[in-house]
Design a protein around this ligand. Structure first.
Ligand code: FES
Length: 165
């Protein structure tokens, strides 16, 4: 009788642990919500596209050949490059206090209306008060598809180079 009770209690304990684990684990829909996929081949040149990742706005800009030719190496280091195409992909929140900067096509830069901060077309600060560049989200490339939310080899290279934190 005692052994039978012990066995039943043991099965019950395992069942409880499984139930608890299922409660702690995020739902599949929540897990999936952590990723966004964007087909970069559909992004037109010099046209700011805004996507969403984990509730945050994401700026995507395909640079023109002139932009690429005239940029500094620190800017190029922040590009996602596929073939000849260079893309800016950043979280569209000013690193000062989190406002959303606006793209100025005439100047090919971003201006934050909140306190006047400015970023160049690679997201690097050109006018304070923002303390740091626009943040490049973790990404992984699969052909022309960029998956936001996962660190792929290209992102890890940026990390090693100190381009992203
Ligand atoms: S929030 Fe952008 S400059 Fe202050």
């Amino acid at each position: 009788m005692g052994k039978a009770f012990g066995a039943v209690a043991g099965v019950g304990a395992v069942g409880s642990l499984i139930a608890m684990k299922q409660t702690w684990d995020p739902l599949p829909s929540v897990k999936a919500a952590g990723f966004s996929t964007i087909d970069l081949s559909l992004i037109p040149e010099n046209e700011l596209v805004v996507e969403k990742w984990r509730g945050k706005p994401i700026f995507i800009l395909k640079k023109t050949a002139e932009m690429v030719a005239s940029q500094e190496s620190e800017d190029a280091a922040r590009d996602i490059i596929i073939g000849d195409a260079h893309y800016l992909v950043v979280i569209a929140l000013c690193t000062h206090l989190g406002c959303i900067p606006a793209y100025r096509d005439a100047k090919k830069d971003f201006k934050c209306a909140c306190h006047g901060g400015e970023f160049n077309v690679s997201g690097r600060v050109t006018k304070s008060p923002p303390p740091s560049p626009l943040v490049i989200p973790p990404y992984k490339l699969d052909g022309h598809i960029v998956l936001l939310g996962e660190e792929g080899p290209e992102y890890k290279k940026m990390k090693e180079a100190g381009v992203v934190a």
